[in-house]
Ligand binder design. Structure first.
Ligand SMILES: *Cc1c(COP(=O)(O)O)cnc(C)c1O
Length: 822
């Protein structure tokens, strides 16, 4: 092949894209893999398709970076320990708007099986759940809105574990998603960053042992992934850091003869980004995680500052040119790290450094659960990051002086707001550090921000009232509607004239069609099409056979007590009992679908999975329920599973204990796809009901206020003893009806629901929940009435586009504007 400029190899141009021709694809198949066109596997064809598309976006990607360097606009940097990206191929095809080209050219390979090609791509599962998926939706919206932005994260060798079921129990399998070359990423070893540590360390089972008196450094190697905005005008970058060792050999040890020891240090360094911690909302305090967080912050801030200086900016311009958003407290070490850079490298005075730091950084809080707040032992800082600890102490000294001046004599307040918790052990409170060290703290739904302000960090909110603000979450309509639900998407485009993909409120245009019989019919046909597609896919990938002509009642999310999958499980048993007592009971056939991963060390969450699989085993074989109730726990919940299942759902289960779900985002995906929400007044459910209209949702249960007000006297036994259906359902579970071969395994369920007081108040809400499900069943009977409500939900989902969320961040927190790439 002659060395030709990409421009000269293009066959045609459209939309400002220079299209590579089919030769590019053939060349990637043959030369990247050294196989003949005839013998290449579908995996090799997947890589070739993807590499051809990367070729196609490369020029825009380069031009985006050049434009940003030249224009020197205010740039957004989104720091997150998680990016739950999922697959990229279809997403990039849609965002590049090249479906036609792909169909005509790349799919003209006669040996290619397109469905198989798509299945070859592993999910980039670099996140646990909502927080990581939010980061992925945000970078999509940033690129679509043409805002100059870079996402920074870690390139874990192993993403979130793959969940298998064995005898109904969760079994975790590693997720080595990078064993095959990833066609999207570009490694840039020339832009590596050195990360010094005050002490060397060793790793044993996720805990590090510090070796005092000996320092060491790590190397951060960047891997860039393109983030294509819809229409392909802006291609931003997601930069993921991989840990390596700076010196191939530690020469001291090598010349001393310890060749093996020197080389094994490489393995040690690489272990920093080996694996994503699989805990959602509950930090386990592993010291290796502390190093991961520091590694992300150190690499990313070095990169941000290098870009800032390269553009010729003066230090004083930092907050005018740079906005750094911290996704939860995980990257909160950015506060002392930016101070260190400004004090020790820029040699600024404390006051100026502090002013620049707080104006540059902003923080998003994601949870109200007290056990979820990160606190790192002072000892970890002392041995590994003593300079950072020194800076934290000085921040705290000055801060507490200010508080003392405002509230003289209030020692208890001082202890509550201090960045350092003194007992039971001395630890750094990362949330306090993030609130004090940034100019903005936002919650992720209106109720969440209110509770954050008034309860969780009330003292700090009093001290900095202007810093607190709300940014209700959103999801990208590109992935969650256009990609996931092509039939509905086409219908919406036909009915609205298009434009909704980047302007979701335009869906309001179909609101008046909700009562139109023809439109209802089309809507129901699209829903059935999505169900059939899901049924085919789950049969092919998991071997599970489902009936598309039943109500699909779906709860998919991480397994957590506060999300109350147990409430759903007990409800299933109530219906099972009703059907056993009266097999002629007239209810529409319902398929209850549940999926979600349990943190490997979260025992009760794993018991809940076993409870669902056990209920399924009995209910699905009992003649009394045949054709009426089916319960299925689907393995390995992931982005890809969500993309297939959400379009097929009729009912969206959002039943957390009010006051505990910060926002939720799957609730928004379901709404856009025309599922009706069965939900508590929690998180974004409240705003969903506001937008859709109460009459188009099924809201039930205690409010957050009622939950707090009844904490003192709530007694789950009352419900167990006085509500016959509650007692009967629980007794069936406790008496081993669903687990005759493994008696006693559900004792933890009895404990949490009764003995230990039912902290999440399942039994308080069970009666209202069952009555709500009766109303759901009744409505489902009336196809037209159902379709009307579902269409209203789709039409009124405009608020929940992440484009709206990101526009608010840009206007109200970052002061960032679009910077079009010409
Ligand atoms: C949207 C999404 C989540 C968040 O779900 P919630 O129900 O809001 O907790 C988690 N995991 C995946 C794969 C998702 O797509």
């Amino acid at each position: 092949m002659p060395a030709t400029e990409p421009d000269q190899l293009t066959r045609y141009e459209c939309n400002g894209f220079k299209f590579p021709d089919r030769d590019y694809y053939d060349r990637h198949v043959v030369f990247d893999h050294v196989v003949s066109l005839g013998t290449a596997t579908q995996r090799e064809r997947f890589e070739a398709v993807s590499r051809t598309l990367r070729d196609l976006l490369t020029q825009r990607w380069i031009k985006t970076a050049e434009t940003h360097d030249r224009a020197n606009p205010k740039q957004v940097y989104y720091l997150s320990m998680e990016f739950l990206i999922g697959r990229s191929l279809m997403n990039n095809i849609i965002n590049l708007d090249v479906e036609q080209f792909v169909r005509d050219d790349l799919r003209s390979d006669p040996r290619q099986d397109w469905k198989e090609v798509l299945e070859q791509e592993p999910d980039a599962g670099l996140g646990n759940g909502g927080l990581g998926r939010l980061a992925a939706c945000f970078i999509d919206s940033l690129a679509t809105l043409q805002i100059p932005a870079i996402g920074y994260g870690l390139r874990y060798d192993y993403g979130i574990f793959r969940q298998e079921l064995s005898n109904g129990y969760q079994v975790e399998q590693p997720d080595p998603w990078l064993t095959r070359p990833d066609p999207w990423e570009v490694s840039r070893p020339g832009e590596s960053v050195t990360v010094p540590l005050a002490s060397a360390f060793e790793v044993h089972a996720g805990q590090i042992t510090v070796q005092r008196g000996k320092s060491m450094s790590l190397l951060g190697v960047p891997f860039d992934r393109p983030v294509v905005g819809y229409g392909g005008q802006t291609v931003n970058t997601l930069r993921l850091w991989q840990a390596a060792t700076p010196d191939v050999f530690d020469f001291g040890e090598f010349s001393g003869g310890d060749f093996f020891g020197a080389v094994s240090n490489r393995v040690l360094a690489e272990s920093i980004t080996r694996v994503l911690y699989p805990d959602d909302s509950t930090p386990r305090g592993q010291s290796l995680r502390f190093l991961q967080e520091y590694f992300l912050v150190r690499c990313s801030l070095a990169d941000i500052i290098a870009r800032f200086r390269k553009r010729g900016n003066d230090w004083s311009a930092l907050p005018d040119k740079v906005a750094v958003q911290l996704n939860d407290t995980h990257p909160a070490m950015a506060v002392p790290e930016l101070m260190r850079i400004l004090l020790d490298i820029a040699h600024l005075g404390w006051n100026e450094a502090w002013n620049l730091t707080t104006r540059t950084l902003a923080y998003t809080n994601h949870t109200l659960l007290p056990e979820a707040l990160e606190k790192w032992p002072v000892g970890l800082f002392e041995s590994l990051l003593p300079r950072h600890l020194e800076i934290i102490y000085e921040i705290n000294r000055r801060f507490l002086d200010d508080v003392r001046a405002k509230h003289p004599g209030d020692e208890e307040k001082l202890a509550r707001v201090s960045l350092i918790e003194e007992s039971p052990a001395r630890r750094v409170r990362m949330a306090n550090l993030a609130i004090v060290g940034t100019h903005s703290t936002n919650g992720v739904a209106a109720i969440h921000t209110d509770l954050l302000r008034s309860k969780t960090v009330a003292d700090l909110a009093d001290l900095f009232p202007g810093r607190f603000n709300n940014k209700t979450n959103g999801v990208t309509p590109r992935r969650w509607l256009q990609l996931a639900n092509p039939d509905l998407a086409k219908m919406l485009t036909d009915a609205t004239g298009g434009g909704w993909v980047t302007d979701l409120p335009r869906l309001k245009g179909i609101d008046s069609l909700a009562t139109d019989a023809g439109f209802q019919k089309k809507f129901l046909a699209a829903k059935r099409g999505a169900k059939v597609r899901f049924v085919d896919w789950i049969k092919a990938t998991a071997g599970i056979e489902l009936d598309p002509d039943t109500l699909f009642d779906v709860q998919i999310k991480r397994i957590h007590e506060y999300k109350r999958q147990l409430l759903n499980a007990v409800q299933c048993v109530v219906w099972y009992n009703r059907l056993r007592a009266n097999p002629k009971l007239d209810v529409p056939p319902r398929t209850v679908l549940v999926a979600g991963k349990a943190a490997p060390a979260y025992h009760l969450a794993k018991v809940i999975i076993k409870l669902f699989t056990s209920i399924a085993g009995v209910v699905n074989t009992d003649p009394a329920t045949r054709g009426k109730l089916r319960v299925e726990f689907l393995p390995n919940y992931s982005c890809t599973l969500a993309e297939h299942l959400i379009p097929a759902a009729d009912v969206s289960e959002q039943i957390s204990t009010a006051g505990y779900e910060a926002s939720g985002t799957s609730n928004m995906k379901f709404m856009m796809n025309g599922a009706l929400t069965v939900g508590t007044r929690d998180g974004a459910n409240i705003e969903i009901a506001e937008e859709a209209g109460e009459e188009n949702c099924f809201m039930f249960g205690l409010t957050a206020e009622q939950v707090l007000a009844s904490r003192g006297w709530y007694a789950p036994y009352w419900h167990y003893e006085n509500e016959p259906e509650t007692g009967a359902a629980l007794d069936l579970i406790f008496n081993n009806h669903f687990n005759p071969d493994e008696p006693g395994i559900f004792e933890p369920v009895r404990e949490t629901l009764l003995t230990k007081g039912d902290y999440y108040m399942h039994l308080a809400d069970l009666g209202a929940y069952v009555r709500t499900q009766e109303a759901v069943a009744a409505l489902y009977r009336d196809t037209s009435a159902w379709a009307k409500k579902a269409i209203h939900n789709v039409a009124r989902s405009g608020k929940f586009s992440s484009d709206r969320t990101i526009t608010q961040y840009a206007d109200e927190i970052w002061g960032a504007k679009p910077c079009p790439v010409e």
